[in-house]
Design a protein around this ligand. Structure first.
Ligand SMILES: Cc1cc2nc3c(=O)[nH]c(=O)nc-3n(C[C@H](O)[C@H](O)[C@H](O)COP(=O)(O)OP(=O)(O)OC[C@H]3O[C@@H](n4cnc5c(N)ncnc54)[C@H](O)[C@@H]3O)c2cc1C
Length: 455
């Protein structure tokens, strides 16, 4: 798939030396993950306006995106002339983009993937319809032959399909049903992913397996409440994993390895029924690594403090009072963590004891790149919740992404990919790209099958 995409589309990937997330599992490896190369959205011409904004909170100054390779200079602008000049160049480009397009158009990560796919569709003259949700599949002679679409205020616009229909509506993370798994407010999933594909598949006779052990891709989420919107920040690893952070529950005590994979970290929150936890760091931590939407120095923090996203106090005891956790418990936790950090050993949760933890740690910190002291006032806290970024429960399909009926036979003309298809990992998340990787692979296989090509 990767080779084919690079040869036949605008997609360009680059490897990331990220270890698999469970380093003690048999067959574990490093560097399976691919990241999309940055993409200059100016190539999309006027269609750049059709690409959604990157999740607010994951961008800087509103909509400036950054590739992980840029973090080295963006987080340390004043450490060398080279870093400073790259920052100035990046900011200059962003300012021009804002004037011309109203947003940053140098696309990175998932947004670059979208940009490159859209670029390919435009160059291949694929007709794209916006704001035109598919409503129902058309079933004729036991074959799916098209879709009914709502378009421009007109209901039931008929769209014929010579070969078939691929359901790819992103799962059901914003449906009412999904609230059984976690409230929408803690979900960073796109608002339109309300389970239309799941419903259309069900109505077409597709079957669903028993629910997965985990039905979502889970991530700790912090929220910034603004007058007219809520911004969400998924704390995947980049801040949470750094040395000097501590995450405590409402009782002021740690409950997990802060540097552990997000799926497992949030599963522990669920197991312990913790709805609110506190991500804590000191002045040095915030300045060096940032905490969620509060970016490292020199990015300003005053607004986030005023908005209540970031809580600040001069002592651990007064921080405990402000965040409403028992003072003595929090002081005890911080004291223990500081003593453990000096030794570099976390006897309770084994933090920093494997290559996955270390990947997101700070290699300059010894003896444990994931453990540091929290001693320098003022102290800060950010509230986090057990959130999610995807659902994983979907239709049963075969190796070509054809949806299966209750007898296990493919439904002619019906395919399901992405989150509309049941997770091939059954909801586990063994490494970076465990959702988009299978999504693209089965999308590719569905495309080849539709084109009558055997793989
Ligand atoms: C912040 C964040 C970071 C992530 N990072 C990673 C990562 O690093 N690696 C990884 O593998 N996964 C990651 N994920 C998860 C991943 O992005 C999703 O699982 C993946 O995009 C799902 O792909 P999809 O095609 O199924 O759905 P989506 O990409 O959500 O696309 C579905 C589309 O269908 C549209 N739609 C919905 N209903 C209809 C309808 N009735 N008719 C027509 N269109 C409809 C929606 O508007 C949406 O545009 C991340 C998610 C988030 C939120």
């Amino acid at each position: 798939m990767v080779k084919w995409m690079e040869e036949n589309s605008a997609m360009q990937f680059k490897p990331v030396p990220l270890p698999d997330y469970h380093p003690t599992t048999e067959g574990v490896s490093i560097g399976r993950t691919l990241l999309t190369e940055e993409y200059d959205g100016r190539h999309l011409g006027p269609r750049i306006k059709d690409v959604r904004y990157v999740l607010q909170g994951l961008s800087v100054f509103g909509s400036m995106q950054a590739d992980p390779s840029e973090l080295a200079y963006l987080t340390k602008p004043f450490t060398s002339f080279n870093n400073l000049s790259k920052c100035v160049h990046k900011l200059g480009r962003y300012a021009v983009d804002l004037l011309l397009y109203g947003k940053g158009v140098m696309m990175a990560n998932g947004n670059a993937l979208v940009g490159r796919l859209l670029h390919t569709c435009i160059s291949e003259n694929v007709e794209l319809w916006k704001d035109s949700p598919a409503v129902r599949t058309i079933l004729e002679d036991e074959k799916i032959t098209g879709l009914l679409v709502s378009k421009g205020g007109e209901q039931n616009v008929k769209l014929g399909a010579r070969k078939g229909v691929v359901l790819a509506t992103g799962g059901f993370g914003r449906s009412i049903e999904a609230q059984n798994f976690s409230p929408h407010i803690w979900s960073a999933q796109p608002r339109a992913n309300v389970g239309d594909g799941k419903r259309m598949g069900f109505e077409s006779g597709a079957i669903f397996p028993p629910q997965n052990p985990i039905n979502g891709i889970l991530a700790p989420i912090s929220l910034l409440h603004l007058k007219d919107q809520v911004r969400r920040y998924p704390h995947f690893a980049i801040d949470r994993s750094k040395p000097g952070s501590i995450i405590v529950g409402p009782n002021g005590r740690r409950f997990a390895n802060e540097s552990g994979p997000y799926q497992e970290f949030v599963s522990i929150l669920h197991q312990r029924d913790i709805k609110e936890a506190w991500f804590i760091g000191d002045k040095t931590f915030l300045r060096k690594y940032g905490m969620g939407m509060a970016l490292p120095w020199p990015y300003p923090k005053w607004r986030l403090l005023r908005q209540g996203y970031l809580v600040k106090a001069s002592t651990i005891s007064s921080l405990a009072e402000k965040i409403n956790v028992p003072q003595s418990a929090l002081e005890k936790t911080v004291g223990e963590c500081n003593a453990n950090a000096r030794k570099g050993i976390d006897p309770d949760f084994g933090r920093g004891g494997n290559i996955y933890d270390n990947f997101y740690g700070d290699p300059t910190v010894k003896p444990n790149p994931n453990m540091g002291q929290c001693v320098e006032p003022p102290f800060y806290a950010v509230k986090i919740h057990p959130g999610d970024v995807s659902t994983t429960w979907g239709m049963m399909v075969n190796e070509d992404a054809q949806a299966l009926d209750s007898a296990g036979n493919p439904i002619q003309g019906l395919y399901a990919v992405g989150n509309d298809q049941n997770s091939v990992m059954r909801g586990q998340y063994p490494g970076g790209g465990s959702s988009i990787g299978p999504g693209m692979t089965f999308g590719y296989r569905a495309g080849m099958h539709l084109a009558g090509k055997t793989l």
